[in-house]
Write a protein that binds this ligand. Structure first.
Ligand SMILES: Nc1nc2c(ncn2[C@@H]2O[C@H](COP(=O)(O)OP(=O)(O)OP(=O)(O)O)[C@@H](O)[C@H]2O)c(=O)[nH]1
Ligand SMILES: [Mg+2]
Length: 225
């Protein structure tokens, strides 16, 4: 088990004392097909990039982090971008604490889909549910169909959601997506230290297992001392 240095942040302790400690976060990844949802998750968790496309039905990834005073469980639900599984998507949205809405910068329609998904998430959950909108495939600048500045201002100023342009292929800003989302979801800052530390020491897990509701997984762990 990896050991993380304490960062001197005492905010967590006060959360524990006030009895409102949240130890389990579910992050749900939404967006249309082929925008790179699975690639983002694979890069974040396993430091791999799937070159060959394989449609996702639904994949569930669980990680556990031993922080200073408790174990924090982080679940990531990678959903299907196709419209064949509406019931699964509804269930995923109802389970989520925070949402990553992915479009591809080379596909204007995929941003329209994000607009719809966002409305749906807000209707199903609440207007202030944590959301980060991700413009993926920014390595494909030559094929860009969605402008960065305008989109960023719509997302951050009008919608008041997080915005990150990223590339699962080059790994650019992949960590930032999850860091921003966890900050919005008010996850303990110790977790961010853990994730950053693990990122710096990757690759630890060279094989990306297909995990389906394996509730006893301790794939990523970290101790804050
Ligand atoms: N150039 C480039 N290609 C990418 C990037 N991310 C994903 N891809 C490619 O885009 C294709 C689709 O990626 P996936 O991650 O499978 O897409 P998805 O959104 O999970 O698709 P569904 O599971 O069908 O919903 C694959 O061929 C990936 O290799 C990226 O950042 N840059
Ligand atoms: Mg997928």
């Amino acid at each position: 088990m990896e050991t993380c240095p304490a960062n001197g942040d005492t905010s967590n302790t006060s959360v524990i004392q006030s009895g409102t400690l949240k130890t389990h976060y579910v992050l749900v990844i939404l967006g249309s097909s082929r925008v790179g949802k699975t690639a983002i998750v694979q890069q974040f968790l396993y430091d791999t990039f799937p070159d060959v496309y394989k449609a996702t039905v639904e994949e569930f990834h669980r990680s556990e982090y031993k922080l200073k005073d408790f174990v924090l469980t982080l679940d990531i639900l990678d959903t299907s971008g196709s419209y064949e599984f509406p019931a699964m998507k509804r269930l995923a949205i109802n389970m989520g604490d925070a949402f990553v809405l992915v479009y591809s910068i080379d596909d204007a329609q995929s941003f329209e889909d994000v607009c719809r998904e966002r409305e749906y998430v807000q209707q199903a959950r609440s207007l202030d549910v944590p959301i980060v909108v991700v413009g993926n495939k920014c390595d494909r600048e030559d094929h860009r169909e969605v402008g960065k500045e305008l989109t960023e201002s719509v997302v951050t100023m009008d919608w008041e959601n997080g915005f990150v342009e990223a590339s699962a292929k080059t790994k650019m800003n992949i960590f930032e997506i999850f860091n921003e989302l966890l900050a919005q979801a008010r996850a303990p800052s110790e977790l961010s230290v853990c994730l950053e530390r693990r990122r710096q020491s990757l690759p630890i897990f060279s094989v990306a297992p297909k995990v389906k509701y394996d509730l006893d997984l301790k794939r990523h762990s970290c101790v804050i001392s």
